[in-house]
Ligand binder design. Structure first.
Ligand code: B4P
Length: 190
């Protein structure tokens, strides 16, 4: 089983690189952001709750996200592995993922931390906002998302370092070069 956590600040390329990983390694992909946007589009209760948090660039409560992820994981029964994109975003979520996988006789294989400087993140997200109209890709919300990233999400880095799963990836440069670095990290796993 290849269970990959792809990690990084908003706009670091998690969604982009996840698509390449899925294509090459044939594993399942769960993006908590995409699932929440789907719920919003379908007007579900969860989607209505999510909208309030996402419009402000805040994280949803851990219990909601963990329940959502658990049911997704159940739907992947029998797969070759999973790429977790946008999850975990807090230490509580990292602990919950460890427990969820252990209950299935599995563990995280590697955590890939895509590192990108803040000015570059801002440029990428503003551009995506202009191109796609994504509601949370506007300057004010992006600033809030970055504050939340530093206070609530970045501590997850040390958690995975302590767990022996951490791998740094330079997230600046061509998507192909970044993907080559990711493949080297994955293929180097024992
Ligand atoms: P996400 O959808 O996960 O949003 P994101 O962090 O912006 O990542 P995304 O994958 O979309 O962008 P990427 O870096 O690939 O989360 C949105 C919101 O949902 C959160 O703020 C929160 O409210 C909520 N949420 C989600 N998960 C949660 C959780 N676990 N707990 C609580 N709340 C949660 O790409 C960005 C742009 O950069 C793209 O346009 C791409 O084309 C471009 N790009 C990528 N690689 C590039 C490169 N090498 N060079 C230049 N541009 C590049």
């Amino acid at each position: 089983m290849l269970n990959i956590v792809i990690f990084g600040a908003p706009g670091s390329g998690k969604g982009t690189q996840s698509e390449f990983i899925v294509e090459k390694y044939g594993i399942n992909h769960v993006s908590t952001g995409d699932v929440l946007r789907g719920e919003m589009k379908n007007g579900t209760e969860l989607g209505k709750i999510a909208k309030g948090y996402m419009d402000e660039g805040k994280l949803l409560p851990d219990d909601l996200i963990v329940d959502m992820l658990a049911s997704k994981l159940d739907s992947f029964e029998g797969s070759k592995g999973v790429i977790f994109d946008g999850f975990p975003r807090t230490i509580a979520q990292a602990e919950a993922l460890k427990k969820m996988l252990a209950a299935r006789g599995q563990e995280v294989s590697v955590m890939l931390d895509l590192e990108v400087p803040e000015d570059e993140l801002m440029v990428r997200l503003i551009k995506r906002g202009q191109e796609t109209g994504r509601a949370d890709d506007n300057e004010e919300t992006i600033k809030n998302r970055l504050v939340v990233y530093h206070s609530q999400t970045a501590p997850v880095i040390d958690w995975y370092k302590n767990d022996g799963k951490y791998q740094h990836i330079d997230g600046v440069g061509s998507m192909e070069r970044i993907f080559a670095d990711i493949c080297a990290a994955i293929d180097g796993l024992k």
